[in-house]
Design a protein around this ligand. Structure first.
Ligand code: FMN
Length: 345
């Protein structure tokens, strides 16, 4: 029976344990979208702390697709070198690293050309988006493909397409934000078309032996919004395009409160796993090592993500290994003497 310290393999990616740091925007770049010293320190600290797979924060495939003016970017070749430096450092500290390819759609506050499937405002913090025409659709799909090529050149182990939290791709998927009358709107087979075309274009650049994942909002907390059943149905229509992993989140599509509690999104992940037969990353306010371990041991998910807990505590994995008595877990050489209480001299 696997536990959080059991390795996990998907395609050519071998992860040493089941703990994932999910994408978390740090808004610490600038207009250039380049990797800065902060990113190197931030991500390598979580790698040293034993995290199995680190997913780089939402990284914009188009400049107008940034959430803020301080997002990381992968919209031009000049950004590859900085990303490669980050990948190499994280690898040196023993973790695998993926990148989340993103486009903000209507949830962009960069005051540029804000685009979305339909001209519907999210809330007053943002501006009303312009409805995308066919040319915009083609341009953005190309940008995801180019982002994947750059991610490959930078040496990432995993690519995740951001289709959650009410950003551009999610806006196509949801009936609450997509009122299009063309092939990209209407029934779920049409609403998933944009994501499908993104996946196909990404796959042209991202080798078949490397895993490709999708981050989804499996529940929208609003009447008429997508449910785990709706999302699973759409994923089943496209998963043959070599989709390997689903990272299951919820919400963010329409503005409104969400009731959260430890494990609040696990059941969505478990349902999507059952309905799609794809491995899933699950999480939501996870913090306690027994709870995290229980999820893997009961096969409620294949991997777990710890977001805010890894911001609070980059050494969570090492500490969990002590608390769970996992003596075989490899610690960074420099910290080995902290593994136990016996002071070796
Ligand atoms: C500071 C911060 C930034 C985030 N940025 C992203 C992001 O770039 N992409 C994404 O898919 N989710 C993002 N999220 C959501 C997290 O990946 C995660 O799903 C969420 O925090 C729930 O997990 P947790 O309860 O363990 O924190 C962000 C969350 C936080 C706290």
């Amino acid at each position: 029976m696997p536990d959080i310290f059991t390795p996990f393999n998907v395609k050519d990616l071998a992860i040493k344990n089941r703990v994932v740091m999910p994408a978390m925007c740090m808004y610490s770049s600038d207009e250039s979208g380049q990797v800065r010293d902060f990113h190197l320190l931030h991500y390598t600290t979580r790698a040293m702390g034993g995290t199995g797979l680190i997913i780089l924060e939402a990284t914009a495939v188009e400049k107008r697709g940034r959430i803020s003016q301080m997002d990381l970017g992968i919209w031009e070749d000049a950004q590859i070198q900085g990303l490669k430096g980050l990948v190499d450092e994280v690898h040196r500290d023993g973790a695998k690293i993926g990148i989340q390819l993103a486009h903000a759609g209507r949830k962009s506050d960069t005051a540029g050309d804000v685009i979305a499937p339909s001209p519907l405002l999210y809330n007053l913090k943002y501006s009303t988006p312009r409805e995308m025409n066919r040319e915009d659709i083609t341009t953005v799909i190309e940008a995801f493909g180019e982002g994947a090529r750059r991610a490959y050149e930078a040496g990432f182990d995993y690519v995740e397409i951001h289709a959650a939290h009410g950003y551009l791709i999610n806006e196509f998927l949801s009936p609450l934000t997509n009122e299009r009358k063309d092939d990209y709107g209407g029934g779920s087979g049409n609403r998933v078309r944009f994501l499908k075309e993104v996946v196909i274009k990404v796959r042209e650049q991202w080798p078949i032996e490397k895993p490709l994942g999708i981050r989804i909002s499996a529940y929208e907390y609003a009447a008429g919004g997508n449910t785990p059943e709706d999302i699973s149905f759409m994923i089943n229509l496209i998963k043959d395009e070599e989709v390997d992993l689903l990272n299951v989140s919820s919400g963010g599509v329409v503005d409104g409160p969400i009731e959260v509690f430890p494990g609040y999104q696990i059941r969505y992940g478990s349902e999507v796993k059952k309905k799609t037969n794809l491995p899933v990353v699950v999480g939501g306010l996870l913090e306690h090592h027994h709870m995290a371990n229980e999820i893997i041991r009961n096969s409620r998910g294949d991997l777990i993500y710890l977001g805010r807990e890894l911001l609070r505590n980059p050494y969570w994995v090492l500490q969990a290994s002590r608390k769970l008595g996992m003596e075989d877990v490899v610690w960074p050489r420099q910290y080995e003497r902290a593994k136990g209480n016996k002071l070796l001299r």
